[in-house]
Design a protein around this ligand. Structure first.
Ligand SMILES: C[C@H]1O[C@@H](n2cnc3c(N)ncnc32)[C@H](O)[C@@H]1O
Ligand SMILES: [Zn+2]
Length: 435
């Protein structure tokens, strides 16, 4: 293994391009950006030097909505209606999941995210203690929510409450600044009002965030209005589930008043354009209203079963294109805003720092290849990053100053891929046998 992965200490990224100028970035031993500038190399006696020539530095990307271990379900069931897809294919398979599966799937997801420039993600799934172990080993940051689904059944509600409490106690006991917990009510169509109320109260009591699916389909809204007499965002708000630390995934069918509500509550809307198009939810998140009313707008991939990858570089392009197409406006969501969604807005959502390359910020840094075809010619770096490149232009990734990938090498890649492939086949076999 390249010794750059095991060395510890201060890091100098020498002669790298940021916003068109060539600078040095100096990182201290704690993984914080200590200096940026022409002569930053003079401020430290670096233990590790990374050559920044032919590289553009951008902040590490933040994936604000995923189900990481669903990497094992990539390509398992495609081209279906959301409700059928979940109830006929995904949930029956997930019933056979084990903690070992989640560990293997999350490692594969981390590998894929690192290889496409993501340093942090917001995860909602099961066996999250094992997911947290995988993330810690891979050196990334993540926020973990147990996917709370009670389907209105009291017995199930008690079990989900217990699972949520256990996970949060476990994550807090790790005392690892890269690993956080959130409460994860799946959605208004899978979680009873009593349970939503418990989730809102518990998140407040524990001083942590909430991770929820919101207004993904028209059916969700129509059913919610029929059952409760109000729209999904209003219902969530009534139970204390809309807070500045709430990440609401999808938000496709919000009306203008709900967008205002999200803005007022300081909620993060996580846009997941590839998943939305694949599942044909038939409306794009109203970016213009959310922006107008001041909601924090970030980006997510959703799980690998509805995307089918975790490449946030690609997702920036999907976001910019879908918004323009859906709202008939070529000026909507320009490249620089797509980058902000994938970086600063995501970092704000998860509380992982400013999500910018500034002194005092955590050293979550991605180096892109200026010699790649997608970066040639290089008129506008933001434009190329969003519209021309995908994750394969990412060469080096640092998280909290630790080098997770260098020159596209990630330690342990072969083993991670092999073990995840085996786990996925075995999971599908077990599901097949029992059906
Ligand atoms: C946490 C739970 O969320 C499910 N899940 C995965 N993708 C979606 C989606 N697009 N909409 C709703 N639920 C989803 C997972 O399959 C898991 O059951
Ligand atoms: Zn989802």
């Amino acid at each position: 293994m390249n010794e750059i992965f095991t060395a510890r200490g201060s890091v100098l990224i020498a002669g790298v391009t940021i916003d068109g100028s060539t600078v040095d970035i100096a990182l201290d031993e704690t993984g914080t950006i200590a200096a940026i500038g022409k002569d930053a190399r003079k401020t430290i006696d670096a233990d590790i030097v990374i050559d920044g020539s032919d590289r553009i530095a951008v902040p590490g990307l933040v994936n604000t909505h995923t189900h990481a271990a669903m990497s094992l379900l990539r390509g398992y069931a495609d081209d279906m209606i959301l409700q059928d897809w979940l109830s006929q294919k995904i949930w029956p398979l997930e019933a056979h999941l084990t903690g070992d599966d989640v560990y293997a799937g999350t490692r594969l997801a981390c590998l894929e995210m690192i290889k496409s420039g993501t340093v942090a993600f917001n995860d909602m799934y099961f066996f999250m203690d094992r997911a947290a172990a995988a993330v810690d080993e891979m050196g990334m940051r993540a926020t973990f929510a147990y996917g709370f689904i009670d389907l209105g059944m009291e017995e199930k509600r008690e079990a989900e409450i217990k699972a949520t409490e256990t996970l949060i106690a476990h994550i807090k006991s790790l005392n690892n600044p890269r690993i956080q917990a959130a409460v994860g009510p799946h959605s208004v169509y899978t979680v009873s009002p009593e349970a939503l109320s418990w989730c809102g109260d518990f998140a407040k009591e524990q001083n942590i965030g909430i991770h929820v699916h919101l207004s993904e389909t028209e059916k969700e809204v129509v059913d919610c209005v029929a059952q409760f007499g109000k729209r999904p965002a209003v219902l969530l708000d009534e139970y204390g589930c809309l807070t500045p630390r709430t990440v609401a995934a999808h938000c496709c069918w919000l009306d203008e008043a709900e967008c205002r509500l999200l803005g007022e509550r300081g909620v993060t809307a996580s846009h997941n354009p590839a998943s939305n198009m694949k599942l044909a939810v038939n409306r794009a998140m109203p970016y213009h209203w959310l922006k107008q009313y001041g909601a924090n707008i970030a980006l997510g991939t959703d799980g690998c079963s509805s995307n089918n990858n975790l490449d946030l570089m690609e997702e920036m392009k999907f976001a910019a294109l879908l918004q323009k197409f859906a709202w008939n406006s070529p000026t909507l969501l320009p490249a620089n805003e797509a980058l902000t969604m994938a970086t600063a807005a995501g970092a704000r959502a998860l509380g992982t720092g400013p999500g910018t390359l500034t002194v005092g910020a955590p050293a979550d840094i991605v180096l892109l290849d200026t010699r790649a075809v997608c970066n040639t010619p290089l008129f506008h770096a933001d434009s190329n990053a969003v519209y021309a490149c995908n994750g394969s232009a990412v060469m080096t990734v640092l998280c909290q100053g630790r080098i997770l990938m260098h020159e596209r090498e990630v330690p342990g890649e072969e083993e991670i891929v092999r073990e995840a492939g085996d786990a996925a086949l075995s999971l599908a076999d077990r599901a097949e046998e029992s059906s």
